[in-house]
Design a protein around this ligand. Sequence first.
Ligand code: IPD
Ligand code: CA
Length: 264
Amino acid sequence: MDSGEIAARMRVAEALARDAGRLALDLRTDRPRLDIRRKGPQDVVTAADVAVERMLVTALRSRFPGDGILGEEEGGGARPGAPCWVVDPIDGTSNYARALPHWCVSIALVIDGRTEVGVIHEPAADALYAARRGAGATRDGLPLRIGRTDDLASAIVDVGYSARTPAGAYGALVSDLLQRGVGVLNCGSAALGLARVADGRLDGYAERHLYAWDALAGLLLVEEAGGRTRPFLDGDAMTTGNETIAATPELFATLVDVMSAHRP
Ligand code: IPD
Ligand code: CA
């Protein structure tokens, strides 16, 4: 696919991410009908996650019938060899369900095993993050530049956690970072955490296991903003997920070392 066609798909993703964010906000106001259910420990899904994903899948399928779609809730069907949309309708569902503002819509486009487009919409700030491989990353049209923190004692890193991985290893990882002087947060949306790294508000994001829909759009934002990332899409990571590390060039090696030291 040539760069013009990829750019056209990116514009569609930007418009859909905004529509999806608006729909999620509208549904959020009707709390009794949110139908919050637990998928596992600290892992919730709401009726809005499903409704927003259905809207995205329907819109993408009608515009690009030959493309595959991989979504967090129901999917849409990957197609071998075809471009694949990777969609997280609401990343940070636990925050969303509690009316905390840190959640987003995340849409990535993968072609031949590489993420070519990443779009994240943050409804609470009405901010749109977008990146195309080789063409840079923006927030609301303005170029994003990674932070320049090189001193651990000034760094703030978002370290995500899910019950898919052992709690003890997470505790050891956080403790190690704290002892090195790093400030540690767990804000509850991997995609938005990665976007915050891309725009320089955070210095790194790390999580032992994420799915492709949580990670791909945000990782491309970080790369295109000048940051470093651990390669995500190796082996069968597109379907089973992978470890995720992203940081400023100065802090990346330290984050990789600490993550390796506490691998469960
Ligand atoms: C979760 C969030 C969270 C991360 C989890 C993800 P969800 O996705 O990104 O920050 O730590 O690993 O599963 O459930 O809010 O879409
Ligand atoms: Ca998610």
